[in-house]
Design a protein around this ligand. Structure first.
Ligand code: NAG
Ligand code: NAG
Ligand code: NAG
Ligand code: NAG
Ligand code: NAG
Ligand code: NAG
Ligand code: NAG
Ligand code: NAG
Ligand code: NAG
Length: 784
């Protein structure tokens, strides 16, 4: 088997895991995780296809015409042709279905990933999902995905393996793929999922919202190759029904409302059954309750049996990757012929794959161009270079990167005010980043500028303008001295930081698919660089391109005069520089909670064990991220939704109005049961509108993110939950503007496990408005 560079990632990861397991098997099996049998048994119910058979698709409200077309086509196909559509094979793309030439249906091309077309060249490298989330701007989130969609389309891709919804949601701050996603809050994640799907599909590319569901750790995620060796089974995410509905399913429901063509099932098990063969999760929750009308596509190696076809429509990579992941579904004609699988199921699976293809017009009005790249030989000459970047996209990426920067501390270090001598320390200039590649093996990621993490969410930047590049240009234009230390050298750092007016220290931290971070530390070399700078200078400004890291000992250090979280920026690593100098203001807010120490988060959210059948119990329930900190009265260093600006804002005049408005945002409707359903109303109808006034009380123009939180009545509820946010852009000094939040029936409901429906709890609802989850000066109370 030929292991070529990029496609080899998943294979290499699987093999590494397999090797690690060989070593582990010598150890005694640690059975402590399964010793609590009552608890284990409560979650491990049989995989019940009788109770949860695959529902036949209907096309839903939006796809009727396309559904009829798909149905007609499928009726003309032979069993072999239909089976081919369900089975990915080797081809020019990461995934390739078998087309049906005589009916004019091409091989559908599937490509990664959430920051751009991967593997590929001639494309843009977009800011990570988490960076887009930090802008808290719906339109930027939408525009990012639309511009990305255009590049997928122009490359000839039918189905993008993006965006990431609540999988991972970000239950643990150590999660290796949190950066690919957005917010660990169901409401905000739902907004992100909805807007990202809309954007992608407005460029006529099918979105594949992922990874369904409970996919919260990389450790022991174990694709098929590993467990088939008799090694460790994939981690089981054991999630109770209420948490499943309120935290993990809710964002996917928004993706379905956005019209997501497809859904990718995840590697983990849910309650002991593989996600991609899980009757209750896929047939019950996904295709039943939230009424998904497209296909479920397996993660690469997520299928463990051809009978997974009873829940998952497409087997990927199928026979691709030399069959490493099991060839599942290649025996489909035999399984139908001998009565194991019904032909109706195969028909419906094909219809679910083809309906979005027709709906997006990929057969007629919006036919993607021919694929000229070869994902298998990306680093070899076989690839035909085709640049699909649009000039406006570079501007958009720059804007998103700028607005994703969050100013966490400022005791006067920023803005940089006409410095005479500026020192910079750390990983801000090395373009070795472009060599980090998806696996991080091509560079020392402890000391390289990082524009994103690793794995299938990696995209190859055409260029990276480093912060050092931008600073040099400024030094030339503004005539100041710029000296730098890109690696640890105490003497050099002493010297340059000692004489500078301001010292910028750039930090990063690597996160990647297939491995969770071990801790929150920034590594030895960076720690030494930071420490040296802080000793030598009383005006140190920390800038990070990282997930949440431990900088606790510097948070209140008098020599650290500003701290900025700039996230993973994609190609526009320099964007933050204009905000550092005050040409632009900071307007980003943290899209997660920044705790003081790892122990502040719930314990064991990344389960590490040698047990052959590892179990993750989602014991914190709905209390994820800020809801955990609030419930346990843990003071975070920086709270969810927090971010400073160069100006100041006040909120005033909160008002609540009963304001009934029919849901006008759903492309597709979900079928979630709720109390008070009268045959024509929707769980997503607006029932109240909360308004407030935001005033810029400082002396410069700036943008503020107004946030609405609600305290629902009842026992053991989160202290408060996000239910609205709006970025108020470019308020002049002294200017006021009204902000308005529409609150839907679902926003005020909780999942009733006994009655199996959404129910509005009895009592008073307190609505809070402010600019972070812990700064909510306004409140007003209303009953339902
Ligand atoms: C065992 O499971 C039960 C039921 O879920 C739970 O109440 C109990 O705390 C668990 N005990 C331990 C030691 O984990
Ligand atoms: C998982 O198990 C819990 C506990 O029995 C149950 O409430 C929930 O519905 C199950 N969810 C799925 C998707 O199996
Ligand atoms: C049906 O065919 C499949 C695939 O060849 C085979 O594995 C299975 O044992 C057969 N089942 C029966 C009942 O013949
Ligand atoms: C990064 O630093 C850590 C410890 O500081 C070390 O264990 C690791 O090997 C380093 N990684 C690379 C790629 O140099
Ligand atoms: C802060 O920086 C000054 C140099 O400007 C240095 O003398 C002092 O020791 C530093 N403080 C600490 C606590 O490191
Ligand atoms: C988490 O673990 C730490 C150390 O073992 C313990 O002190 C703490 O009480 C645990 N927290 C919770 C919420 O269980
Ligand atoms: C957040 O609101 C407070 C007042 O409640 C205000 O002092 C502060 O300036 C606001 N922060 C930002 C970044 O606007
Ligand atoms: C509502 O705001 C008032 C005034 O700031 C405050 O005293 C009160 O505690 C708040 N109530 C709630 C429930 O947060
Ligand atoms: C985005 C934004 O509001 N930028 C403003 C930040 O503040 C400077 C200085 O007042 C203004 O010139 C920018 O327009």
């Amino acid at each position: 088997m030929k292991l070529t560079a990029i496609l080899a990632i998943s294979i290499a990861l699987a093999l590494t895991q397999a090797r690690a397991l060989d070593a582990r098997q010598a150890d005694a099996v640690d059975a402590t995780e399964t010793s609590n049998t009552s608890r284990y048994d409560a979650f491990h119910q049989p995989n019940d296809f009788e109770r949860f058979p695959a529902p036949a698709s209907t096309g839903g409200k939006a796809w009727q015409e396309a559904f009829s077309k798909a149905k007609d086509m499928v009726a003309q196909m032979t069993l072999e042709e239909k089976s081919g559509i369900l089975l990915s094979h080797d081809g020019r793309c990461v995934g390739n279905t078998h087309g049906v030439d005589r009916l004019g249906i091409p091989d559908l091309c599937l490509m990664d990933g959430p920051t751009g077309v991967r593997p590929g060249s001639g494309i843009s490298s977009f800011p990570a999902g988490q960076a887009a989330a930090a802008t808290w701007d719906r339109d930027l989130i939408y525009q990012r995905s639309k511009a990305m969609g255009q590049e997928f389309f122009d490359k000839g891709v039918h189905i993008a393996l993006a965006p990431v919804s609540a999988g991972p949601l970000g239950r643990s701050p150590l999660g290796g793929r949190n950066w690919e996603g957005s917010y660990p809050d169901a409401y905000a994640n739902g907004v992100y999922s909805y807007e990202s799907v809309r954007g992608m599909q407005d460029s006529h590319v099918a979105a594949t919202i992922k990874h369904f569901i409970g996919y919260e750790q990389e450790t022991s995620r174990n694709p098929y190759t590993v467990s088939s060796d008799g090694g460790q089974e994939p981690i089981s995410s054991n999630v109770d029904d209420k948490t499943m509905h309120e935290v993990y399913l809710a964002p996917f429901a928004q993706a379905i409302r956005g019209g997501s063509a497809h859904v990718m099932c995840s590697y983990n098990k849910i309650n002991g059954t593989n996600a991609c063969g899980n009757a209750q999760a896929l047939n019950g929750l996904l295709k039943g309750e939230i009424n998904h009308q497209g296909a479920v596509i397996s993660d690469w190696g997520g299928i463990h049996s051809s009978l997974d076809v009873l829940a998952t429509e497409m087997s990927a990579p199928g026979t691709g990757f030399a069959g490493l992941f099991g060839d599942y579904y290649s025996d489909m004609p035999q399984l139908v012929n001998n009565g194991t699988v019904s032909e109706d199921r195969i028909d419906d699976a094909c219809i679910r794959i083809l309906t979005p293809y027709y709906w997006l017009g990929q057969d007629e009005e919006h036919v993607p161009p021919e694929v000229v790249f070869n994902a298998n030989n990306y680093y070899e000459a076989e690839d035909t270079y085709k640049n699909v970047r649009k000039p406006d996209t570079a501007q958009l990426i720059h804007q998103i990167a700028l607005e994703s920067a969050v100013l966490l501390k400022n005791t006067g270090g920023l803005p940089l005010n006409n410095p005479e001598r500026l020192a910079v320390v750390g990983a801000l200039g090395d373009t070795a980043n472009s060599e980090c590649g998806a696996t991080g093996t091509g560079c020392d990621y402890n000391t390289s500028l990082l524009t994103m993490g690793g794995g299938s969410g990696w995209s190859d930047a055409p260029y990276i303008v480093t912060p050092l590049d931008a600073l040099k240009t400024r030094a030339r234009d503004a005539n100041f001295e710029l000296s730098h230390a890109l690696t640890y050298d105490e003497e050099v750092i002493n010297d340059i930081a000692g004489r500078a007016d301001s010292t910028l220290v750039w930090l990063n931290d690597w996160a990647e698919e297939s491995a969770d971070r071990e801790d929150l530390t920034i590594g030895e070399e960076q720690s030494m660089m930071l420490e040296a700078a802080v000793h030598a200078s009383s005006n140190v400004i920390i800038v990070m391109n990282s997930p949440v890291v431990d900088i606790e000992q510097y948070a209140e250090h008098p020599n650290v005069t500003a701290i900025v979280q700039a996230h993973y920026t994609g190609e526009a690593a320099d964007a933050v520089v204009s905000a550092l100098f005050g040409d632009e203001n900071f307007s980003g807010k943290l899209p997660y909670t920044w705790g003081k120490r790892l122990e502040d988060w719930p314990n064991n959210t990344i389960v590490t064990t040698d047990d052959n059948n590892p179990q993750a119990y989602f014991d914190e329930g709905v209390f994820v991220d800020y809801k955990w900190f609030d419930k346990h009265e843990i003071e975070p260093r920086y709270e969810f939704g927090f971010g400073l600006s160069y100006t100041t804002f006040e909120c005033s005049d909160i008002k609540i109005a009963d304001n009934y408005k029919k849901d006008d945002m759903a492309i597709q409707d979900t079928a979630e049961p709720f109390e008070g359903f009268d045959g024509s109303n929707s769980l997503y109808d607006v029932i109240k509108t909360v308004t407030a006034i935001v005033t810029n009380t400082g002396d410069r123009k700036g943008s503020e993110v107004a946030q609405l939180y609600v305290t629902l009545p009842g026992e053991d509820m989160p202290v408060r939950e996000l239910r609205g946010f709006e970025k108020i852009r470019d308020l002049d000094a002294g200017e006021s503007r009204e902000v308005s939040f529409d609150v839907t029936l679902k926003d005020l409901s909780t999942w009733d496990v006994q009655r199996q429906m959404w129910v509005v709890p009895q009592g008073d609802f307190v609505f809070h408005v402010g600019n972070s989850s812990r700064n909510l000066p306004l409140n007003a109370t209303s009953s339902f």
